[in-house]
Design a protein around this ligand. Structure first.
Ligand code: F6P
Length: 355
């Protein structure tokens, strides 16, 4: 099952799980469509090795995903058209029993793992495989999807560079990442961005403008800013794009790039433009590093299962793929620590973090 938002590498996990299960252990594998929605609606079908052939390089997920379905609060409409939220977990349990599923490999984020906990309590063995482009899973040094998103953001920043230089502008690229600055930090450093704004370091707009003006003073007539969607000014608030009330994590960030651009233009008189990268960062083919990591994670999930382990989450610690308690990362977020050596390296080559 793949749940929550998609990310590059999901299909590589599905392939690794399915092929290892069939080739090495002669198991039967089923795919559950659209996350928990497929479990509620009994959209569960056998997966053969052939079904997962040629998907290693494919973005998205062949199983589909859903980031809102919670079987404990599922909308049920009666014959009069009235909708009530009901707990339909027992219906899911019937479907699990009907297909004789011994375990579920749940590929998802925080919300999906919390959803899995409900079935763990009912005696279903769930092995979690974490995914996120945000790279913010507590307990794992890296998650698949991150390297691809980083590559997309870096390429965008590189392309912005040439147009910024031609027009002598300040150019902002707003990248995803929610409340963690990994994507902005890595793509910002990789592209040599002049200013990087992270959620972990609230910015001072005077310092940001000063950095832009300093560059002008030294003959650099353009500036590149890599801005994380979760950044905010010192003492200020996050910029929220919208609230998604049915989502386990309802706040959708977006728009801080425009806010920073307006401030820079007003204060410095330098023409400033903003590009919001959005879901481009989540789409398309995974880079080789993500294909490898996703294959390792999928394989490790199957190994954990075959070793008789129950309710474990596959993670990367150092250079080792290992497993931890399924719910050990619940409600926690791995953010950029202020003593991260990449921050100092960037500062020492003249990058401003707006502080
Ligand atoms: O967690 C992954 C992520 O892409 C975040 O970086 C972003 O803030 C959010 O999901 C966007 O969510 P949605 O796809 O629901 O708009």
């Amino acid at each position: 099952m793949t749940g929550g938002g998609d990310c590059p590498g999901l299909n590589a996990v599905i392939r690794a799980v399915t092929k290892t299960a069939i080739y090495q252990y002669g198991l039967e594998v089923f795919g559950i469509e659209d996350g928990f929605m497929g479990l509620v609606q009994n959209r569960i079908h056998p997966l053969s090795a052939n079904d997962v052939s040629n998907i290693l390089t494919l973005g998205g997920t062949i199983l589909g995903t859903h980031n809102k379905c919670d079987p404990t609060r599922y909308p049920v409409t009666d014959s009069d058209g009235n909708t009530e939220f009901k707990d339909v977990s027992d219906r899911c349990m019937d479907h699990i029993k009907h297909h004789e599923l011994d375990a579920i490999i749940v590929i998802g984020g925080d919300g999906t793992m919390s959803g899995a906990a409900n079935f763990v309590r009912k005696g279903v063995n769930c092995i979690g495989v974490p995914k996120t482009i945000d790279n913010d899973l507590e307990g794992s040094d890296i998650t698949f999807g991150f390297s691809t998103a980083c590559m997309v953001a870096t390429e965008a920043l590189d392309r912005i560079h040439t147009t910024a230089a031609s027009h002598h502008r300040a150019m902002i690229v707003e990248v995803m990442g929610r409340n963690a600055g990994w994507l902005a930090l890595h793509s910002g450093v990789a592209s040599g961005s002049d200013i990087i704004l992270l959620p972990e370091i609230p910015y001072d707009i005077d310092k940001v403008c000063q950095a832009v003006l300093n560059r002008s003073k030294h003959g650099k007539r353009f500036s590149i800013l890599c801005v994380s969607e979760g950044t905010k000014p010192k003492g200020g608030e996050l910029v929220v794009d919208h609230i998604d009330p049915n989502s386990p994590d309802p706040i959708r960030l977006g728009g801080v790039g425009k806010v920073v651009a307006t401030d820079i233009e007003k204060r410095t008189g330098i023409e400033t433009r903003t590009t919001v990268l959005g879901h481009v960062q989540r789409g398309g083919t995974p880079v080789p590093a993500d294909r490898v990591l996703a294959t390792e994670f999928g394989h490790a999930a199957l190994q954990a299962l075959m070793q008789g382990k129950e309710n474990r989450l596959i993670v990367m610690q150092g250079r080792t793929v290992t497993d931890v308690d399924l719910l050990s990362a619940e409600g926690k977020q791995r953010i950029v620590k202020l003593d991260n050596p990449i921050l100092q390296a960037a500062r020492d080559v003249g990058t401003s973090f707006g502080d």
